[in-house]
Design a protein around this ligand. Sequence first.
Ligand SMILES: Nc1ncnc2c1ncn2[C@@H]1O[C@H](COP(=O)(O)OP(=O)(O)OP(=O)(O)O)[C@@H](O)[C@H]1O
Length: 674
Amino acid sequence: METEILNNDSEVVQPIAKFRNAYKRYGRTSVILRGLNMTIPTGTIYGLLGPSGCGKTTLLSCIVGRKKLDSGTLFVDVKSKLDVGYMPQEVSLYEEFQIHEIFRYFGLLTNQTEGYIKHREKELAELLDLPPTNRLVCNLSGGQQRRVSMAVALFHNPKFLILDEPTVGLDPILCESIWKYFIQITDVEHKTIIITTHYIEEARNSHTIGLMRSGILLAETSPLRLMEMNNCSSLEEAFLTLSQKQEDIPSDDNYPPATRQPDIFKRSGRIKWHRFAAQIYKNVSWTRRNIPITAFMILLPFLLFTIFLAMLGKDEMDVTIGAVQDEITPGIDDCNTSIPIKSIYGCVAEKRLSCEFISYLRDKSYTVVMYKNLDEGITAVRRNKAWALLYFHKNYTESLLERIDRGKKASNMSLANSLLEVYPDNSIYYIAHRFTWDLHSGFMQFMENFLRNCEIDDRVIKSPLTEGEEIYESIAVRYVGLNGYIIAILYYLAMVYTSSSMVYEKSKGLFERTMVTGLTKLELFSAHCVAQTLMSLCQNGIFMVIFYGYFKLPMKSGIGYLIILIFLIEYYGMMTGFVIVEFIDEERMVTYFGISLVIMIFLTVGMLWPVEGMHWTIRPMSQMNPMRMAAETYRSITFRGLPFTNPLMYEGFLSVGSLVLILLLVYVLKSRND
Ligand SMILES: Nc1ncnc2c1ncn2[C@@H]1O[C@H](COP(=O)(O)OP(=O)(O)OP(=O)(O)O)[C@@H](O)[C@H]1O
């Protein structure tokens, strides 16, 4: 049978919170509550004492609805979360904020008026001897931060205060005045306070003391009665006596099966304007406090894309090539000497053909360095002073002309001497490939011009393959990887922006604290969507206006398609951030996971290497990668100019759009289960 609680006037006092036969454990072995019974009378101070790790914080978390019992009952007599003021053990404050911004934020969260916020700020600053309220929280001492944290719990004047070690790090005089205040608000305003503390003697001021050990309460009575019952003169002594009397820890063999526990507070599915406004205020304050970081984040995509374009620069490269011209005798003639060489069909070369070819390469922005002989040239290539050596034989021009004139009747000597020998350094694929291409196409172009001047039909040396009209125009090399790069970067930035702010709130205990005031994940989510949209608007606006507006990068379909696609990709990044933080709590792990994800996207988006050339094991991954489809759609919008009805266009929108919806669903389901 339950005992009734009587106050000093022998009236029955209704409990504000009541645990009956409460069990709670973490995992399968770490049992924290073992059939605990506890009654917190309304309008009193309840001091909860117990050794470190005995489960005091866990118990308070159950009262504020952030954790649930495995079995047993918990009754809390409050109508809404606003009746509760919670001070967690950690400071749990936004460190970049000024004290008055913290008050305003929590004031808005708890639906207070401007007048009340100002008045209460003054009142609490006096009571708790707070530093000037324009000081940043991160610059306060540990004790000052704890006082601000306590002020936040008291701010909306709740009827039930739940304070986890509020007096740690405070000086005795301040502690005394705080306890006086607690006694006053319980006596006069009929508030209820539950306090955990390690300073046992301080709890003497409580109306009731609960001594917790090994998952149960050893005693629950007034301090005086506790000392009397144990014939002790101090609470400390009483606690020691009781602990020694306690027999062994109750066995966990009979740990009851878990039962479904009701929610302490009614769930609200609707967005409350004042809490949404508080989130917006928080985001705006964060931005104001971090203007350099915000400006950097806004400019970052533009900077990264500019670096990308500058890195790829131009299709012609500043590559150094070595050349040996054995057909020129140093000191006697050089490339400026005009020595007309006439072929038997009357074709005249005004200059050495090797000179013409070298100046053609120079026009293509290659640097050509001359070497005296083959050995010297090859050594230069070996030492990485040149990417290739061109060796022109003695009588190269005459031999080449003879080869053109006489065809298969040309002498063996002319055939050998008309060969341009190339000794390339092929160790960097792209340079080698580019040089080979320039060499061949340049040579062909140069020969065609030469033959045309001699009125010889240039088709005699042309390749018998001919290209028809281009279906899609070729695009400068530097733009080819840009689409994959842009979408991967924008996805990553949105993901990091979301996950870093969410994981910060989680790891600092801010999430927990604001949820206790009634904030819902829907409100947090909606406010973050607004912040993300504004951030994306600024980021995308800058790079689009500059690249597509001013520098006129290729844009074949409407820019509207691109804007929608990019926003979808950013929302996909944002949703990924939300979902990651639902499953991973630790800041470092979130960063590792995010980076791994984006590297995977980089590798499979088809930017570094086309899907057609990937290993068969990775190819399906790339083909299924929605970001690859988005990259393809990006290419179609900018380079191909397709109508929306073409699958290449709508596939990207569909794949990314569906992923946003799927992640949203995962987030909603996970949040509901929390
Ligand atoms: N989320 C969790 N998962 C697993 N174990 C946990 C978790 N939270 C707390 N514990 C463990 O539960 C036990 C009780 O922790 P709790 O924080 O409730 O103790 P406490 O009495 O408040 O300690 P202190 O006085 O040092 O703050 C500790 O052993 C702690 O390691």
